[in-house]
Design a protein around this ligand. Sequence first.
Ligand code: NAG
Ligand code: NAG
Ligand code: NAG
Ligand code: NAG
Ligand code: NAG
Ligand code: NAG
Length: 401
Amino acid sequence: MRKSTPRNKHAVSVLLTTISIFNSSLLDLATVGIFDPEISPDYPTTLTFGPKYFESYHTFPDVNFVHGYNLGRNSSAARNALIESVPYACKALRDGKLLYWELGNEPDLYSTSAQGAVRPPNWNERCYIDGADEPGVTLQGTLMNHSSNVASIALQLNESRLLSGLPYNINPDLPFILGETNSLYNQGRPGLSNTFGAALWGVDFNLWCATNNIRRVHMHQGTNYRYQAWQPIDTNKVAKGTKAPYYGSIAVASFLGDIVTATPSITNLPLPDEQESAYAAYVDGKLDRIIVINMMEYNATAGNRYINHYPRPIEQYRFQLPEGCHGEAEVQRLMANGSDAITGVSFDGYSYNWELDNGMAVLLHNVTRGETVTVSKGGEMSIDVPRSSAVIIRLNHGRRP
Ligand SMILES: *[C@@H]1O[C@H](CO)[C@@H](O)[C@H](O)[C@H]1NC(C)=O
Ligand SMILES: *[C@@H]1O[C@H](CO)[C@@H](O)[C@H](O)[C@H]1NC(C)=O
Ligand SMILES: *[C@@H]1O[C@H](CO)[C@@H](O)[C@H](O)[C@H]1NC(C)=O
Ligand SMILES: *[C@@H]1O[C@H](CO)[C@@H](O)[C@H](O)[C@H]1NC(C)=O
Ligand SMILES: *[C@@H]1O[C@H](CO)[C@@H](O)[C@H](O)[C@H]1NC(C)=O
Ligand SMILES: *[C@@H]1O[C@H](CO)[C@@H](O)[C@H](O)[C@H]1NC(C)=O
């Protein structure tokens, strides 16, 4: 059932919740959802869907879909409903619309889910901790922390190793992807997942995934979610607009460049402190660009009780680069007033705020851009990075991807 990915198409994952059950006699409605605000304010936790649901796959042209099948409910009625739904899914996704299918949404949480466990505690596929319910979760300690990213992705890499050891007829060299992920459990946390600090987290998280050969990372989105990249409509909870995490993805996309025609190799450059990280991108075996992510917290938002009244410290990073890199390198910064900022973020001097031009790139005049840094003949380079910001240094001037 797996299909190769047409590269010019967008992909959308449609992952019905663990307890969505197909009902072919549901004639007039696509879905019937029951909200239980005690369990989740964000989506219905009991969901039934009928044949009309599959019409939604015709909404967007040129989009491939990842169709999710229920695994959470394990009664024979639920199994039969799953099997009954298959022909509808196949019909709706024929003509090349199927990207992947997925059996079970977040099965690692079946025995622990805050939304109601669907497996006994010993159904211990992997021991995850529900981060959102832990008092110790903070921006600095959990998100702006390279060691924390390394530890959380290590769990996935163990999984990937186990899968790659399976016989070829079960796992014919399938790419390992993170199909639904983001900063913190339960659609993120206010004051953490919606901040500029979370944008910096996203840069480190995604580049560490790239370094470890995770082939795709789908950042989970939803209306009103704390970790959303944008909100498409005004609701009584969240205003329409581009949110801080969006800029993290822009920086990652810019650093990776055109992954189709000039696929880069990404390498981590280990740094001494867990509150900083750096990566190098090689194209055709040549060092092309470097990114430095400083994740030392700096609070700047009026209203934060812990606003930092000292000037924003600047950290200096020195690199010894290979021969041939000397000359002027271009500098692009991912910037905001501080890690706690939820607005005023820019990448390379551009804002994508909805208020400015419907989310199109708008050049700001109050942010520095167009900086260069000199790489000496001996390959030495040093760059200043304000705390809570990231910088891309593009070597080989004139060959921008
Ligand atoms: C099926 O789910 C129920 C909880 O809904 C659980 O008690 C039971 O052990 C599960 N069976 C299997 C085989 O996972
Ligand atoms: C950063 O994460 C690591 C690994 O999870 C953890 O051991 C460490 O205490 C964290 N740092 C802070 C400042 O909380
Ligand atoms: C990964 O697997 C190794 C060996 O199987 C084990 O020692 C290690 O603790 C595992 N790490 C994580 C983070 O699960
Ligand atoms: C930043 O503010 C948060 C609360 O929003 C606080 O917990 C943290 O310690 C502050 N960080 C610094 C560096 O002052
Ligand atoms: C950022 O700081 C500048 C200078 O202090 C201030 O004028 C601006 O309003 C701040 N932006 C945000 C979004 O807080
Ligand atoms: C720069 O201008 C934009 C748009 O007017 C504003 O949102 C942002 O807060 C400003 N940034 C700074 C650092 O003053």
